[in-house]
Design a protein around this ligand. Structure first.
Ligand SMILES: N[C@@H](Cc1ccccc1)C(=O)O
Length: 549
């Protein structure tokens, strides 16, 4: 069984299907240098091709240009001519076969034959002899058919001047076709590299270390805080031991930690930005703790002075090593923020709630600005995810974020419920994501913590559609238990932030308490958190590895 420290491959095709279009494009670019992608993949939709190209372009592996071209396409009548010959040809053919043919003959009374008679005479293929037609030649060249056949094969006429004429005769039409021309980018590679974070014994044994791409060291990362007092991880609270295990798993899967140091947040980030309607029962005093002093936050964006920086990947750090000013966290935060317009975002969110926008019909109720400023103890860490996704709009690109921190709900405390608990949350943004990809990811994630065989159940969240509850088999209880919630963030939520249309986003969340209680065999949550906790017991609890029972 792989340890939690082993390299975890990044999925190449998030839709989980067999086909990997990004790899096919990489192969083609490698072989042909410049590739008109739609001609190469005529049966693949434009949107799919663009999504695959965007995934590669965002990694700077390929670059591409977009070309608008007019294509000539045949109408049904034009196609019939290519298949059977022109109207004049059919007239000549009938007359030629018969030797002599009355205009009243059935073969000459079809609408097509009526259209063709004049031309066949003009071309000197037939002539009137008494009241019948006779052929003038034993062979003809059907130019109309040849020209149309050429146009259907080449999407253009050999002589461009013919287009107008054929368009007037309604035998062809034109169609705008977008072609994407791809070529190698500055970070060209034949494959999306799997970045390995650790050198393992297996890699040395099987020689794969020689060709592996190692994730560069981030020398600016802060070190792990030294343990004081009791010493070792034994001094950590069991929740923090399990939290550390989850953090390692996230880091190994290429996630970046979100800044969660704000237990108090505004109604805007906790609810409105996530399209929880202002009358939703979850916003009730019975369910949510509101702060009374101060009761209100400034408008969204007013807290921008708070120095919140998402650690970028080591790779990006590396790029900036020769630019000391921009690697300074405060400067970087300012750079990112300056591109974001909070007023516009706020108005967008209001519009979606009140009138509908970005393809959503909205809730259609009068939106209350004061409600958006009310301060709450955050009820879920999705408030932070919304905040970080909005920041992503300043520089949209595929990314993976996670957080593990405390949330608060005004609930009656019992053996399995506390008024405060911890949420583990993950967010993945990328082009062309699908629900199947989310299931594949969740299966991989939970396998890493030793939970195989997931089941998914459709669910509802105001901010995701579709949404799925995640279930796993619990040996001890002998039944399926809910272990998490997930979904794809709604387009009206992401578009309102200014994220591009094809950048889609998964989200999922689970509690930290549940896996911890299972690991330590604790059945009453009050033994884990709060005033009833026995410190002696906590000290004796061993360190855990999530993937080992
Ligand atoms: N916020 C959800 C979890 C979740 C996060 C992100 C997307 C979907 C669901 C919860 O509290 O249960």
């Amino acid at each position: 069984m792989p340890g939690t420290r082993g390299p975890v491959p990044v999925p190449l095709h998030p839709n989980g299907g067999d086909r990997d279009l990004t790899q096919e494009i990489l192969n083609a670019v490698d072989e042909h240098e410049t590739v008109p992608t739609n001609e190469l993949f005529p049966h693949t939709s434009q949107a799919e091709i663009k999504a695959a190209l965007d995934r590669l372009a965002s990694r700077q592996m390929v670059e591409y240009d977009t070309n608008d071209k007019e294509h000539v396409v045949l109408t049904q009548e034009g196609q019939d001519i290519v298949d059977e010959g022109s109207h004049e040809y059919k007239v000549w053919d009938a007359v030629h076969k018969a030797g002599k043919l009355s205009p009243k003959d059935q073969a000459l009374s079809t609408p097509s034959a009526k259209l063709g008679q004049g031309n066949a005479i003009k071309l000197k293929w037939i002539k009137k002899d008494g009241d019948a037609f006779v052929p003038l030649t034993d062979s003809v060249t059907d130019t109309t058919r040849e020209q149309l056949r050429y146009a259907s094969e080449h999407h253009a006429f050999e002589d461009a001047k013919l287009l107008k004429d054929y368009q007037k005769r309604k035998l062809v039409a034109t169609q705008k076709v977008i072609t994407y021309i791809a070529r190698k980018g500055p970070r060209w590679a034949r494959e999306i590299p799997v970045e390995v974070t650790d050198l393992t014994a297996e890699m040395i044994a099987d020689g794969s270390w020689k060709t592996a791409t190692f994730k560069p060291y981030n020398f600016k990362a802060r070190g792990v805080l030294g343990e004081a007092g009791h010493g070792g991880t034994g001094a950590l609270h069991p929740l923090n031991k399990v939290r550390e295990e989850f953090r390692k798993i996230f880091f190994n899967m290429g996630f970046v930690e979100m800044p969660t140091a704000r237990f108090v947040d505004s109604g805007f980030w906790n609810f409105d930005a996530l399209f929880v309607p202002q009358q939703h029962p979850a916003r009730d005093l019975q369910d949510t703790f509101y702060v009374s002093d101060p009761a209100e936050a400034g408008p969204p964006g007013a807290d921008e002075s708070v120095d919140v920086v998402l650690a970028e990947t080591a790779e990006e750090d590396d790029d900036e090593s020769d630019k000391p000013t921009s690697s300074d966290p405060a400067t970087r935060a300012a750079e990112t923020t300056s591109k974001l317009d909070y007023n516009e975002y706020f108005e967008n969110v209001k519009r979606v709630h009140q009138d509908g926008a970005f393809g959503s019909i909205g809730y259609r109720y009068p939106y209350n600005d004061a409600e958006t400023r009310r301060l709450v103890l955050r009820t879920h860490t999705t408030a932070i995810s919304a905040y970080c996704l909005h920041r992503l709009a300043a520089n949209p690109r595929p990314c993976r974020y996670f957080s593990i921190d405390r949330v608060f709900r005004n609930e009656t405390v019992d053996a399995t419920h506390l008024a405060e608990f911890h949420q583990i949350e993950g967010v993945i943004a990328d082009y062309n994501l699908t629900l199947g990809g989310l299931q594949a990811f969740l299966k991989r994630f939970f396998r890493n913590i030793g939970v195989p065989d997931l089941k998914f159940k459709p669910a509802y969240n105001p901010y995701t559609e579709p949404s799925m509850e995640v279930y796993a088999w619990h040996e001890g209880l002998g039944k399926l238990v809910e272990i998490g919630n997930s979904g794809m963030f709604r387009p009206e939520m992401l578009l309102a932030m200014g994220l591009p249309e094809d950048l889609r986003c998964y989200g999922f969340g689970l509690s930290l308490e549940r896996p911890t209680m299972i690991k330590y065999g604790i059945s009453n949550i009050r033994e884990l958190l709060g005033h009833k906790v026995d410190i002696g017991d906590i000290e004796k609890m061993p360190a855990v590895r999530l993937d080992r029972e």
